[in-house]
Design a protein. Sequence first.
Length: 363
Amino acid sequence: MKLDFKLQKTYGSMRTARLKVGQQTIATPALIVSAPALTIHDLAPIEAEQSQVKGLSVDASIISQNPGTEIVQASGGLHRLMDWDGLVIAQPGDFLHLPRVKKNHLTKDGVRFHDVKTGAVRLMTPQSVIESQTKMQPDIMLMLSQTPPYYATHDYIEKAVAINSAWAKAAKAALTPDSPAVLGVMQGAGFAQLRAQSIASLLELGFDGYVIGGISDIDDDDEYDRILKASIDCLPKNQLRMVSDVQSPAQLISTLQNGVDLIETSLPTHWGHYGKALSDQGLLPIKKERFAKDLQPLAKDCDCQVCRHYSRAYLRHLLHMGDPVGTRLISQHNLWYLQKMFVQTRQSIMHDQSPAIVFNGLA
């Protein structure tokens, strides 16, 4: 399964495009919501669908162990198992959570770790990741990527880039006619030259698109913006770009303003879990006492189901009582609100207008 990506319009460094893969056609930039274990934090896939979310990102390393690759395959793939009609992107996951073998756990062959069920030493390889993800049948899958700490030394990052390039070559060789589209993952931490070196090796192999990897642990938004720009400068203009695990509103705005096509984050449901609602006034801490008698909807002019039916006072009551329905409703609203912001951003680009006003709720 290959993807068809067609650039439609640019406005400065921003852009909008059409992505077609399998049965899915998505306008970009598109919000991709993190659903690592096949749920979206406290929400089921159908609740994300009700909020107009178009794409989910799942963690293949978690799913391969529970419920297991075979069960996913027997169910007819990830779409059938979740009853999800939107885009599904499978990521190898952060293998740093695995109980790794202390000596030589990272090599050009893969990652050595202890199996959590049997205790046996196993090797996660670029080939095994492709094989497992192919059986799960997402729309798009990511190669196994060597992601070093962002603030590691130049020598450490240089070695990691070399391993990443070797893994990319092995992943490409493991593809079959049944494999979904696969994205290469750029590494290089904060070193622009190493990032250029990383993407050059990926371009030689010819992936279906590219992920700007290794930036989710940046703790400074200005540094995030700097290295994102440097990374995009190395990428081809006519191919899909993706960023995973966006961690802050400023980073989210940076990805939109710099022309990233698929933007994956857990921010809307993370905020919802803590009772924070997106609005034109910024993030509202609904659990605060000042909302106890506030009969307004969460956001002015929001037409989501939550804002149509419930007031801030009611949602504050649910949060105050510790009722999980409160956090779920706020998460649903946040997904709708952010998805609508993406729609408005695309419309602004198409009409050669600055979408700065769209970002007011996140500034």
